[in-house]
Design a protein around this ligand. Sequence first.
Ligand SMILES: Nc1ncnc2c1ncn2[C@@H]1O[C@H](COP(=O)(O)OP(=O)(O)OP(=O)(O)O)[C@@H](O)[C@H]1O
Ligand SMILES: [Mg+2]
Length: 271
Amino acid sequence: MLRPFDMFKDKNRNTRVISIANQKGGVGKTTSTINLGVALAERGKDVLLVDFDPQSNMSIGLGVDVDNIGNRSIYHALFDDKLTLPKVSHKTKIPGLKVAPATLDLTAAEIQLFARENREKTLHDLLKPHKNAYDYVLIDCPPSLGLLTLNALVASDGVIVPLQCAYWAMRGMKQLMDTIDKIKESGMNPNLELIGILLTMYNSRTHHSRQVTERAREAFGDKVFQTVIKETVRFDYATVACESVLTHAKTSEAADAYRAVAKEVENVKNR
Ligand SMILES: Nc1ncnc2c1ncn2[C@@H]1O[C@H](COP(=O)(O)OP(=O)(O)OP(=O)(O)O)[C@@H](O)[C@H]1O
Ligand SMILES: [Mg+2]
């Protein structure tokens, strides 16, 4: 389907590859990848979502039947030269949005990658020839700082870090920031940029939600997105329906919040 924006598409696009990363589990990485991806597609962008977590939550959350996709997964593209990124990408119900899904096979990838030369550049090399087909490539990282996350960060122009508004959330942020710095300083990816820290699961009634927000703004200043994602069961309902909140609850506050994040992400680009 041709969208109204398509006729104005710039063929020499300035693709942005963005990792959504935090080694802490359950902080909203997958939710943010899906909903930011859909919000960018709604804005007329061509978006590829790469599921880089063997849990496959993002792929399942977008309706991919991961048990029946054969070798059309990101794992197979990493290890089979004949399988390019477009060959393992699946269309979604959202115009402009594609997904390169993960299967449980990806669990073995860390060990298999370890034996490779340039092991941290495998995803970068896989993406490079096909980047121009998209405005945005968003990579949903697993909850670890292992070789999969390292590959994602080396392949990326920027990182978005979801930070759950809970009392333990700031623990581990230093480790993540140090990892980003090391990747830049080592020359693996000198231009890697922290795009922003996205506060998630904010509950205005709890003291520690407010406290985390304040501490994050003190520590990271304008790197913290203005938009805060509030806690709501809408995300769970959308997950059960294998949909984004933007399609499942189009006019909800939660959907509008991710639309606002998409605007902020676009503005960072134009700064
Ligand atoms: N703003 C929110 N309010 C309430 N629940 C949320 C919110 N964002 C995400 N959730 C729910 O929290 C759970 C964890 O979210 P999600 O899977 O996005 O985290 P994750 O960081 O990707 O987890 P993992 O580290 O396991 O990959 C999911 O059940 C999701 O529906
Ligand atoms: Mg996840």
